[in-house]
Design a binder for this molecule. Structure first.
Ligand SMILES: *[C@@H]1O[C@H](CO)[C@@H](O)[C@H](O)[C@H]1NC(C)=O
Ligand SMILES: CC(=O)N[C@H]1CO[C@H](CO)[C@@H](O)[C@@H]1O
Length: 616
């Protein structure tokens, strides 16, 4: 049997600069070069079918292979989370049969879970937390009570009425009452005592706080994850289950609610993190490229290179600023995909259609894009793709301007970009901002094709990949040192002096946002607007963002501007000519004016920061 020290192998491996190790394949879904011990991806898929058939029933082959010690050694290199999954199923089977093997497997499972922690286990597709929420525990609950009072029902406990806290979780809507206790004065004043007096109650409070942190100020996530992990590492799982604390259930729930992406990439790690070889594209290697890379490569060969070079020649003739500029966006889901063809139509009307690449993350987006003969790259839904497509384009020496799909172009951004870069040719990254505070908004970003931007964006992508709860814009801001925080300074992988030289795009009149949040808006001359960001909600798939918005009353004055601007069957010329929307339709004019500030932008806008209490 192997033990916890085997996990050290993984720690050492992760330090290497191999792209495959920097973006680890936790779910074991990437094609492997050598013949694997078993088809992990196929097993994973079987585990994800509706539960009816039973996890054990679809796992007999993997489980029998993994009883062999040398196979386990291979498995820990090939697919450590698959091995952990197998051990969980073995453990539950042992407990179910009241067999002595339960101790061995319980120990292995606890060590494996401690090694990976909440951050990884919340993101993986292996149903690790789901399987821990098992009815096997109910059947053994009576057998295994230790001496210490893990249930904390004893009224002599001093710090908190733990029993009352525990019973909150049987309420229909336990969230707010549980948050109130977790952040309450008792736990704030005496968290060390609380950890000793009732470790599982303390762990539960930390899990709730990790959940709140992950969608407010995520910098505090790690502290709570550490506290939770420390408690769970010491207490056998059967005792956690028997204590009545809902941890084994909540782990799965919290993961579902806060995760914004999975460990899945459409581009291969080396396509993302390495520079293409000088002889690229090499036809003989084409078969090894990802589907997204094949699409992009075809476009690059056919049109993009020429379009970007044409534009560079056209706009750069009198200046030292030569941008080989590609515009990029992405779309998926029923709110966005239907508008892909009109987005492309508008881009073409203002003169940048040939340089626009659309990352089509579902079938409808692809169909819309193909219909208008756009430059389409196929992929699958993930917020990570907001970073992956620009990074791959940068690796291929294109400058990239990212535009969220909920941006309505009034005019081509190319000239304003060149003007700003001519004023300060040192700038490497330009980004849109808010009107009344100096917060960045990553809906519109220019990445210049220079090494500092490439390596910065690569580190940001790796960070996002490894933190499934992280919000893309917040991470962007933190990595630019633009006010928001996702980690303490010493934990960020980019040193301040390695941050690209960046500045805001004009947030007052040119690159502006709808006043759905009160710090956004525009002022001045509407005819000078370049891009209007309609702020049509979060592009990731976290339930938490929506729940948080609903609870905190965000989105006051919210209007479906995306539909208003992109669903004008009455004004087809909006998507065929560069006509300005407010000159065409009084409805659009009124909508635009509702975001207008009567006053100029404050000379010193409020500092961009957020504060959430950070307590254990
Ligand atoms: C656009 O408008 C049409 C007609 O009003 C409507 O049927 C359709 O659902 C709208 N599309 C979206 C994506 O809302
Ligand atoms: C926009 C915002 O919340 N700004 C705050 C940043 O922090 C300072 C000092 O803590 C506050 O005074 C600001 O209001």
């Amino acid at each position: 049997m192997w033990d916890a020290s085997f996990w050290c192998f993984l720690i050492l491996a992760a330090k290497a600069q191999d792209p495959e190790k920097l973006l680890p394949d936790y779910d074991c879904i990437r094609p492997s070069r050598e013949a694997p011990l078993l088809d992990w991806a196929e097993w994973l898929q079987a585990l994800q079918r509706p539960r009816g058939e039973g996890w054990l029933a679809v796992s007999s082959l993997p489980l029998s292979l993994l009883t062999d010690e040398s196979n386990r050694q291979r498995a820990i290199k090939e697919c450590p989370l698959g091995l952990l999954m197998a051990d969980i199923l073995q453990m539950l089977a042992c407990f179910d049969k009241l067999h002595a093997c339960s101790d061995t497997f319980e120990r292995l499972v606890r060590d494996g879970m401690a090694f990976f922690g909440l951050r990884v286990l919340m993101g993986t597709r292996w149903p690790i937390y789901e399987s821990l929420h098992s009815d096997v525990w109910d059947r053994i609950a009576e057998e295994d009570r230790g001496e210490t009072d893990l249930a904390c029902e004893d009224p002599e406990k001093r710090i908190l009425n733990w029993g009352a806290f525990k019973r909150l979780f049987s309420l229909q809507d336990w969230y707010q009452p549980a948050v109130d206790v977790a952040y309450g004065p008792e736990l704030e004043k005496m968290w060390r005592e609380a950890a000793l007096e009732c470790p599982l109650g303390f762990a539960t409070a930390n899990l709730i706080k990790a959940m709140l942190c992950s969608h407010t100020e995520s910098i505090c996530f790690r502290a709570h994850e550490t506290m939770l992990g420390a408690v769970l590492q010491d207490i056998p799982l059967q005792r956690v289950a028997a204590s009545g604390w809902p941890l084994l259930h909540l782990l799965g729930h919290v993961s579902r609610v806060v995760r914004r992406h999975r460990f899945q990439l459409d581009f291969a790690p080396n396509e993302l993190l390495s520079r293409p070889s000088p002889t690229y594209p090499r036809e003989d290697l084409e078969a090894e490229d990802s589907l997204s890379m094949q699409d992009l490569q075809a476009l690059t060969a056919l049109v993009l290179r020429d379009s970007a070079d044409d534009a560079a020649a056209r706009f750069g003739y009198k200046t030292s600023i030569r941008l080989r500029l590609i515009y990029a966006t992405m779309a998926h889901g029923p709110r966005f995909s239907p508008y892909v063809s009109r987005f492309i139509g508008r881009a073409t009307a203002v003169g940048i259609g040939a340089q626009l690449v659309v990352f089509c993350l579902d079938e409808e987006a692809s169909a819309e894009c193909r219909n208008v003969k756009g430059n389409c790259v196929r992929g699958t839904p993930s917020i990570l793709n907001k970073f992956t497509l620009p990074l791959v384009l940068l690796q291929h020496d294109f400058d990239v301007m990212w535009l969220d799909l909920d941006v309505f172009l009034f005019q081509s951004p190319t000239l304003p970009l060149i003007r700003q870069l001519r004023e300060n040719s040192e700038l490497e990254l330009l980004i849109s901002g808010s009107f009344a505070v100096d917060c960045i908004c990553s809906g519109i970003v220019l990445f210049r094709a220079v090494e500092s931007v490439r390596s910065w964006l690569a580190l940001l992508l790796v960070w996002m990949y490894e933190h499934p709860y992280e919000h893309d814009q917040k991470a962007f801001s933190a990595f630019l040192r633009a006010g928001e925080r996702v980690a303490f300074e010493s934990e960020l992988p980019v040193a301040p002096e390695r941050v690209p030289r960046w500045d805001f795009l004009d947030p007052e009149t040119e690159f502006v946002s709808a006043r759905h949040v009160d710090v956004a808006g525009w002022t001045g001359d509407a005819d000078k607007i370049i891009a209007f960001h309609l702020l049509h909600g979060d592009s990731d798939d976290a339930d938490a963002s929506r729940q948080f918005a609903a609870r905190h009353g965000l989105g006051i004055g919210y209007e479906p501007l995306l539909d208003l601007f992109f669903n004008r069957t009455d004004f087809p010329e909006l998507y065929k000519t560069p006509v300005l929307p407010h000159r065409l339709s009084s409805e659009l004019r009124d909508a635009l004016w509702r975001s207008r500030w009567p006053t100029p932008r404050p000379n010193s806008p409020a500092r961009c920061n957020e504060t959430v209490p950070m307590r254990f």
